[in-house]
Design a binder for this molecule. Structure first.
Ligand SMILES: NC(=O)c1ccc[n+]([C@@H]2O[C@H](COP(=O)([O-])OP(=O)(O)OC[C@H]3O[C@@H](n4cnc5c(N)ncnc54)[C@H](OP(=O)(O)O)[C@@H]3O)[C@@H](O)[C@H]2O)c1
Length: 238
């Protein structure tokens, strides 16, 4: 860890969209970055944008792979002892009515958005609890509170994740480790490039605003836990 470092921020999905924007915000705040995602190149780009080619770490992996995540956690422990901040932002979606959603697509979405977050936290949490501090801030969604036609797999994954976060928050009381959650509405990121339909990208939330909301969580007085921040397009859900 370099002299001025505030520790390490582990960001899954750190190669694009919200994960990248949040990683850049955390780098500005003095955190070393450890970035996870399946593709190496976008992770390297984020590190370069953050000016952390030498200081940061990229850990290409699939968050559905428990063994790979244990290896990542081992690398993080070896270099930083424990994660200071964990932002599970890796996520996928598809749009289809329930009867046209393939079992494989449903499984991939739940395995990535829900089980993948569980596996990442499970791998990193023991060292955080042992050290008695740390913060976990997963990316939930407006789709963790509302239903949207065609988004059943995504809603199921995010509603499930909301349950995981709520239970874990109670487990962590008194441990020194905190968990907060971000609930963005439609945000202009590459996730929309792959979805069918016409989307008004200009009306979406900017990823920068979501990163600022994460900063608000971190900046609160330690006596207060900002449990959730919800933000969405000013014009309403798209
Ligand atoms: N954009 C929105 O409107 C919005 C709103 C609310 C919540 N969110 C949530 O915000 C998070 C970030 O999404 P985004 O909008 O920024 O989309 P994005 O740009 O597509 O980013 C998703 C990231 O997840 C990574 N990823 C996907 N599957 C993975 C896997 N199995 N293992 C490891 N990494 C994986 C991707 O990298 P690789 O492909 O290289 O693996 C990518 O970097 C997601 O959890 C999403 O549900 C998004």
């Amino acid at each position: 860890m370099s002299a001025e470092s505030r520790g390490v921020a582990v960001v899954s999905g750190g190669g694009s969209g919200l994960g990248r924007e949040i990683a850049l915000e955390l780098a500005r705040r003095g955190y070393d970055l450890a970035l996870l995602g399946r593709r190496q190149e976008p992770l390297e780009e984020t590190l370069a944008l953050a000016g952390q080619r030498d200081r940061g770490l990229i850990l290409p992996c699939d968050v559905r792979d428990a063994v790979a995540l244990e290896r990542c956690a081992e690398e993080i422990r070896a270099r930083w002892e424990a994660a200071d901040l964990v932002v599970p932002a890796a996520g996928v979606t598809c749009i289809a009515p329930v009867e046209e959603t393939s079992p494989d697509d449903f499984a991939a979405i739940v395995d990535t958005n829900l089980t993948g977050v569980f596996l990442l936290i499970r791998a990193l949490l023991p060292a955080m609890k042992k050290r008695g501090r740390g913060w976990i801030i997963p990316l939930l969604s407006v789709a963790a509170k509302r239903g949207f036609a065609g988004w059943s797999a995504y809603c199921a994954s995010k509603w499930g994740l909301a349950g995981l976060v709520a239970a874990l928050r109670e487990e962590l009381r008194g441990s020194g480790v905190r968990i907060s959650a971000l609930y963005p509405g439609a945000t202009d990121t590459p996730i929309w490039d792959r979805l069918p339909g016409e989307w008004n990208r200009a009306a979406m939330v900017s990823p920068r605003e979501v990163a600022r909301a994460l900063g608000y969580i971190l900046d609160a007085d330690p006596s207060t836990l900002v449990e959730e921040v919800h933000l969405g397009p000013a014009g309403g859900a798209l």
